[in-house]
Design a protein. Structure first.
Length: 748
């Protein structure tokens, strides 16, 4: 109050300037805000970059092939003679043309410049031509006097002055002037292997043939031939094409109207017959790489793949596998790739198409600016084409076709592979021979991933959730402070150690003590319940010595005794119940195959790895339920179990669900345990005693052996992308469900 005026006066406090401590705290707050925001944004950016990098690696798998014309020049050699065969060497630098006069012309693919020529020593006019396969470059010429000339074009590389020079030549093989027949050879087939040579032809509408067995001198390495005349059945069709199987077991005789006969060359009997197509004319036929699959084309523009399939009774028959629809014009040329299961087709409308059989995919289509195509050849690396046009020109085309093996149907649907009795899901990325076709089915890998996660969660989820409930709600605080860190410490154990123990100790133990393993699952719950019942029968004066919440300590010796008893009685039980071998009983009596490294072992080992994750998150969620909710429920007359089921569990359900989803994500992405304890067999079998291969384990096994930027390499990145998407979808769905649970029970 002012003494002079007698009024009350309000004095405002003096505002002090910011102190050094306040400024420093403000700086730290801003730094923490920006660092946390930056860290979170960095994590999101990293995930986004991983996503786009995976896309960058896998997008080339689904790109179409590209063709580009590089040169056009006059047909090398004599233009007045028809071309029998066009070919290129490995580098696609030197081309070869064989005409019907027996002249072989070698030329530069880039410009058509002549390099060398060779005249084959023919005794009469050429009446037929056949090629063994593009890989060994062996071909045969049938003459009007019934003789056969077998030759091979070869290429030698040298490096004078550091420059590569390719020297071509033609070698005549096994020269023999003995005629197959006393008549012109109208159709011809040849097959040259390391140990045999076989030639079959059509003369006077009958099959004639000869089989030579190669004998190599141990000292001089000179090869001599032992001749044997083949006995072949009579023909009842007008043969337009003959093809000999790679193992000299079958002869395919194809008629002009689509009829076929398959002859067993061992018994000289026709074992299969029928029609490749109806109402069309045969225009071209070739073997795919390996000689197992037969490609046939007709005048309606269609091409189909056939191969022999063994039936249940042991009988084999020619089976249609895939059909490739054309543009409607007759197919006049087929060229098969030398190292893959692809082929090129050209029709009368000058449409050039590139197909891949396993993926059942047309990877490229090009309308050629020419009047007609008379000849076709593809380079060994499938990166170049030679096209002979009707106006006497030879065109050189460059081909970019890196990954034709992959399609969505090949990845996820059943595929009928060569030498398989039916379509199936197969993952087999490599083999020891060059004729192998890669099998990139993701279905067994995805199935194995889910199977491993399922068995792991079957074991881990009940134990972890029930343990979390008891620890958070019933256990004494003193004991909880010891048990919870101990279980969480299990998560620090490296999974490679768990996989090592599972593969080298647990798997043999389970195999040796199968009765004990199954009896543990039955005896342990019953034994624990029996002990609890007996405990309730004891006098209160004895039971009160165990404080409330410390009862789990009493179960420890009980569990040890029960497990030890089951293991010690395993051998007597096996002898008494299963005649001493439970594994044999499963296999022979129940028809259940048993693999030592199987899903049961993986479930136990991976469940042990997943339990700490689920337990820790679920226990925190249950323990964090406000105490006033449970106290209020108890005050209203509910029992502890009713409170747990009706109040605590619904309130903690978002956290429990998150724990399960995170545990499942851990199981899906686990690598080392499934890598070391499953046997890595990519099969689709629900049998708990069979192994599997997961997406993560497959990547770990094969990524170090792949060629960079190859189809196999990019397919493994696609597997990682599938695993990434699966995890993303599961986590997204889990978050949606968790938010709904939180909104529903958050108001309790």
């Amino acid at each position: 109050m002012d003494a002079s005026t007698g009024k009350f006066v309000t004095h405002r406090p003096l505002t002090a300037g910011p102190s050094g401590y306040q400024r420093w705290r403000k700086i730290k707050d801003h730094a923490a805000t920006w660092s946390i925001t930056g860290g979170g944004s960095g994590v999101l950016l990293t995930i986004l970059l991983i996503f786009f990098y995976l896309l960058y690696e896998i997008m080339p798998l689904f790109q179409s092939a590209e063709l580009e014309q590089r040169a056009s020049y006059a047909l090398p050699g004599a233009a007045g003679h028809a071309t029998l065969h066009l070919a290129m060497e490995e580098q696609a630098e030197v081309g070869m043309r064989l005409d019907n006069s027996g002249e072989v012309q070698f030329f530069a693919v880039d410009n058509g410049a002549a390099i060398a020529s060779h005249r084959l020593p023919l005794s009469a006019d050429i009446t037929s031509f056949a090629i063994d396969n593009e890989q060994n470059r062996v071909f045969a010429l049938g003459a009007a006097d019934g003789t056969v000339l077998v030759a091979q074009h070869n290429y030698r590389s040298s490096y004078p002055d550091g420059q590569r020079v390719i020297t071509p030549r033609v070698d005549v093989l096994y020269s023999d002037n003995t005629p197959l027949a006393q008549a012109p050879l109208k159709r011809l087939a040849v097959r040259d292997t390391e140990t045999d040579l076989m030639v079959i032809a059509v003369a006077n509408r009958q099959l004639v043939g000869r089989h030579w067995t190669k004998e190599e001198d141990f000292l001089t390495e000179e090869v001599t031939l032992e001749e044997q005349t083949l006995t072949l059945p009579a023909l009842d069709i007008d043969a337009q094409k003959l093809l000999i199987g790679p193992t000299l077991n079958w002869l395919y005789v194809l008629g002009g109207n689509g009829e076929f006969r398959v002859i067993d060359l061992r018994s000289s009997e026709i074992i299969d017959s029928g029609y490749l197509f109806q109402g069309a004319k045969l225009t071209a036929a070739r073997f795919l790489l390996g000689g197992i699959s037969l490609l046939v084309a007709n005048d309606r523009g269609d091409t189909s793949q056939w191969f022999m399939v063994r039936e249940e009774g042991g009988h084999s028959q020619l089976q249609a596998i895939r059909h490739f629809k054309g543009e409607g014009a007759a197919i006049r040329g087929l060229a098969t790739e030398h190292r893959r299961k692809g082929f090129v087709a050209v029709d009368d409308a000058q449409n050039l198409s590139i197909y891949y059989t396993t993926s059942h995919r047309r990877v490229a289509s090009e309308s050629l600016p020419v009047a007609s195509v008379l000849g076709l050849a593809i380079s060994p690396r499938a990166d170049a084409l030679l096209l002979q046009t009707g106006d006497g020109q030879l065109q050189h085309w460059e081909v970019h076709n890196e990954h034709p093996e992959v399609s969505w149907s090949a990845l996820w649907e059943k595929v009928w592979y060569e030498s398989y009795p039916e379509p199936d899901y197969i993952w087999q990325s490599s083999a020891s021979n060059n004729d192998f076709e890669p099998k990139y089915s993701f279905s067994p890998l995805a199935f194995g991933t889910l199977k491993a996660a399922f068995y792991a969660m079957i074991i881990a989820a009940p134990l972890a959730i029930c343990g979390a409930i008891y620890t958070a709600y019933f256990m004494a605080p003193g004991l909880r402070r010891k048990v919870k860190p101990l279980i969480e410490l299990m998560e620090a154990l490296p999974t490679v150690i768990l996989g090592f123990l599972a593969g080298l100790w647990l798997a043999p133990f389970v195999e040796k003590h199968l009765p004990a393993v199954f009896s543990i699952f039955l005896v342990l719950p019953v034994g624990v319940l029996l002990f609890a019942w007996l405990w309730q029968l004891l006098p209160i004066s004895l039971r009160k010595h165990v404080p409330e919440g410390w009862h789990p300590l009493l179960l420890t010796p009980v569990i040890i005794l029960l497990v030890g008893g089951c293991v010690s009685l395993s051998a007597p039980m096996e002898l008494w119940l299963f005649d001493g071998d439970m594994r044999a009983w499963l296999t022979h009596d129940l028809g259940i195959s048993f693999d030592q490294r199987n899903s049961l072992v993986v479930g136990i080992a991976m469940g042990f790895a997943v339990i700490p994750t689920i337990f820790s998150i679920a226990e925190d969620a249950i323990f964090s339920v406000p105490k006033h909710l449970s106290y209020g429920s108890l005050a209203l007359g509910a029992t502890p179990w009713q409170t747990l089921v009706g109040v605590v569990m619904p309130t903690a359900s978002p956290g429990i669900f998150s724990a399960l989803m995170i545990g499942m994500g851990r199981a899906v992405g686990e690598t080392m345990i499934v890598l070391m304890a499953t046997g890595n067999t990519p099969i689709m079998d629900l049998n708990i005693f069979e192994g599997m291969r997961t997406l993560a384990a497959n990547i770990a096994v094969e990524i170090g052996e792949t060629e960079v930027d190859s189809s196999h390499y990019r397919v493994l990145f696609l597997a990682a992308f599938v695993l990434f998407l699966f995890t993303f979808v599961v986590n997204t769905v889990a978050e949606i469900i968790r938010q709904r649970l939180r909104s529903r029970y958050g108001n309790l």
